[in-house]
Design a binder for this molecule. Sequence first.
Ligand code: SF4
Ligand code: SF4
Length: 352
Amino acid sequence: MDKSWADKNKEIQALLAKEATFKEAIKKLLEFRGELFQQITWIVEAYPDEAFYQMPFAGAKGYHSKTLAYSIWHIYRIEDIVAHEMIAGDEQILFREGFLEKTASPIITTGNELKGEEIAAFSEKLNVKELYLYAKAVKESTDQILSHLQYKDLKKKFTDETKQKLVESKCVSEDENAYWLIDYWCGKDVKGLMQMPFSRHWIMHIEAMLRIKDRLCKLARKGTDPVAICGLSCSHCFLGAWCGGCRTAYNTCSCAIYSAGRICPNVKCCKEKNIDACYECGELETCEKGFFVPSNDGANAAKAQSLYIRKYGKKEFLKIQTRLHEKFEFQKVQEILGQDYKEALRILEENR
Ligand code: SF4
Ligand code: SF4
């Protein structure tokens, strides 16, 4: 488990144990859930539709053997059932807010009963944007429930009536891989539910999602040109685990994800001009599009690199990138190339 997430979770559990620190525990739990949910937001904002039904670790043991869409569905279906059928005793968000139709899900269960290809097929049917809105609505609703809890509520146990209600809801499949959940949840008190479906369960599945998307980026990048359209090197980029590169469908560079159609303006422009990349363009020196917008502190370093590629070729450019990383400690290339493209080109040439 991610060390900082494990530490935060541990701290929250310790604070939950005492009445004096209960309110602080809830506050920290809500913050932590916000931090974890941000990972899902970034993934949904950044990745192409196809990413949500790929199983790059199919057959592996562990949560990473699922898909991104399945992971989101599963985390928030469980939370919705537990928060509303068990704790609040009201209607689940899935039905109350029409998300069954909106997400186009063919099931109302947690998905535990699905195996192998069934997971991919189920994931492909889901409307990811609506799935995200469902997850968000469930999270916000649970946050409300959590913020109204009192310390004494933590010890509340569940009766056979709750168990029967869960059975009748048909939200847990009768498949042996799923049905155990009802006994598992009903064997816990409210505190136990907070420790698993509302926190630890998130951590485990979100970590798995990060593994899935890292792998998808790696696979997307395989065999593609690592020289980015703007003049950066995807092979040396500090966002390499997050982004598949601008020559793939997994371009999660901020220039792409915040632009219309999620297409980086530099990529779009080069396509329109039918050129390989900005280094081939006569307007490069004065261009202010996409990555070259003057407010971007990396614009001139990327320009200098494009000029370098123009002069010496991509092979030499990739070599110098490796050399710079061996020689200097830096994340973003502007940290060593600065803000003036002529001076940056001089630094690159000096290090040839
Ligand atoms: S952020 Fe840009 S340079 Fe980095 S990997 Fe993505 S496309 Fe390549
Ligand atoms: S105009 Fe700008 S974005 Fe378009 S190809 Fe030329 S340098 Fe690249």
